[in-house]
Design a protein around this ligand. Structure first.
Ligand code: NAD
Length: 419
């Protein structure tokens, strides 16, 4: 077992330089960290990533501490504009340490690519014709990406669905592709495009769309953890369970419940250069896949009265390909995390989502979310009111003390201090 620890006491109180030093000491990141500190993405790199580039756009990288996942300590980089998220994740993880932290696993990293076949009067017979030639179609798909096949990936199966549409039956062919350490969108889209003409030939139909599905329900990560009733308090156990039940029976609440889960998940997806929209689309469509929009997490009481949380989410993410390979900050963050496969990254995402949800529900069911939010929010309000670096803390402190965190009050306090 390594000497590295994620239990960095007082990390939040240290100077930024001191934090960087601690992260270097407790992760495999070293010089690469310099890409996060001060120097960002170069214009040249940015210009290669998207079109019509005029510059870059910075966001903070924070490190969530205290995470123990499958008996390993991990420091977790998060990129997010919202205050309190990193602190809440770290807090949720800290309270789960006593019971062993998070236990997580994943399915194989399988993505689905869809081929839409229209103009069929005999869609069911067409389905059988496609499945008869499954092996040939798999060979054609795999020829498109020998590198993926070399890394142990490739097409695992072809499945067909017949859907009733307003324009007659659609045959929808699914390629199930093991993408190994890649997110795989480009890989599976290329495969679908290559297979499509053969499907047209076999069925006599017309193919329109050939694209992956973001309902990545064949690429799931799960995590579980227990929070000790003595540590968090029996009221918190009850409160979290009541909060979960509220989300389970009310989509208005459930949307916010799941948004809270994704606060953590998306921040890590962003930090690692992965596609936040792909993961968000996957999470919310998966949450609704039972026919009712449902919570991504489940909260129960163990027979000893402790709080047991679990989560299952689609994790269409990679550690190679896309921006994970081209963005130097993403590379540095992957080094801090130290994950060695896309599946391990998925396990981190599920664990962070669970910790984040615990912290939010705990706060909501007790003192409310605003108390924690207000400290950092007050600083933002002070900055917006024109406070300079040395004034921000004092103005924020005064507003919190008064219980009035508002722009007009920040301006008044600032004026008073300056006079
Ligand atoms: P990619 O094409 O850049 O890289 C993946 C390739 O890397 C694989 O196909 C394989 O050839 C190679 N590779 C090398 N080592 C590998 C390993 N160990 N495991 C697996 N593959 C390995 O990227 P991608 O992952 O195919 O696509 C990701 C990008 O596609 C993201 O940037 C995403 O935003 C974008 N995208 C998303 C959608 C969507 O979600 N709907 C649609 C289109 C594109």
């Amino acid at each position: 077992m390594s000497e590295e620890t994620s239990r960095l006491e007082g990390f939040h109180k240290k100077e930024l330089e001191e934090r960087v030093k601690l992260v270097k000491e407790n992760s495999s990141a070293d010089e690469s960290l310099d890409h996060l500190v001060g120097k960002g993405l170069s214009n040249q790199k940015a210009d290669q990533m998207i079109e019509n580039v005029v510059g870059t756009y910075e966001l903070p990288v924070g490190i969530a501490t205290n995470f123990r996942i499958n008996d390993e300590d991990l420091l977790i980089p998060m990129v997010i504009e919202e205050s309190s998220v990193v602190a809440a994740a770290s807090y949720g993880a800290k309270l789960a340490r006593g019971t062993g932290g998070f236990h997580a696993n994943t399915t194989e990293p399988v993505m689905i690519s869809q081929i839409q076949v229209t103009g069929l009067s005999d869609a069911n017979a067409a389905k059988v014709k496609v499945l008869e030639k499954k092996d040939e179609l798999i060979d054609i798909a795999e020829e498109q990406d020998p590198v993926l096949v070399e890394h142990g990936g490739g097409v695992e199966d072809i499945r067909c669905r017949v859907l009733k549409s307003r324009f007659g039956d659609y045959l929808v062919v699914h390629l199930l592709v093991n993408c190994q350490d890649a997110m795989g969108a480009n890989a599976v889209n290329t495969m679908a495009e290559a297979v499509a003409p053969h499907v047209e030939e076999l069925t006599g139909g017309d193919v329109y769309l050939r694209i992956l599905s973001n309902l990545a329900d064949q690429r799931l990560a799960r995590a579980r953890a227990v929070w000790d009733k003595e540590e968090i308090g029996k009221d918190t156990v009850e409160g979290v369970i009541q909060a979960y039940e509220f989300a389970r029976v009310d989509p208005y609440r459930c949307a916010t419940h799941n948004k809270g889960v994704m606060n953590g998940v998306t921040a890590v997806v962003m930090a690692t250069g992965n596609d936040t929209r792909a993961v968000e689309a996957g999470a919310h469509s998966y949450a609704a896949s039972g026919g009712v929009y449902s919570p991504l997490t489940v909260w129960e009481k163990t027979k000893d009265g402790d709080l047991a949380g679990s989560i299952e989410i689609p994790v269409p993410v990679g550690i190679v390909g896309g921006a994970t390979s081209s963005h130097p900050g993403a590379q540095a963050n992957l080094e801090i995390l130290g994950v060695e496969s896309a599946q391990e990254l998925g396990e981190v995402l599920a664990s962070v989502g669970l910790a984040q949800n615990f912290a939010a529900l705990r706060a909501l069911a007790s003192e409310g979310i605003q108390k924690g939010h207000m400290r950092l929010h007050a600083k933002n309000v002070a900055v917006q009111a024109g406070a300079e670096e040395d004034e921000v803390e004092r103005v924020a402190e005064k507003m919190i003390e008064e219980g009035k965190v508002r722009a007009d009050r920040a301006e008044e306090i600032l004026e008073k201090f300056r006079n």
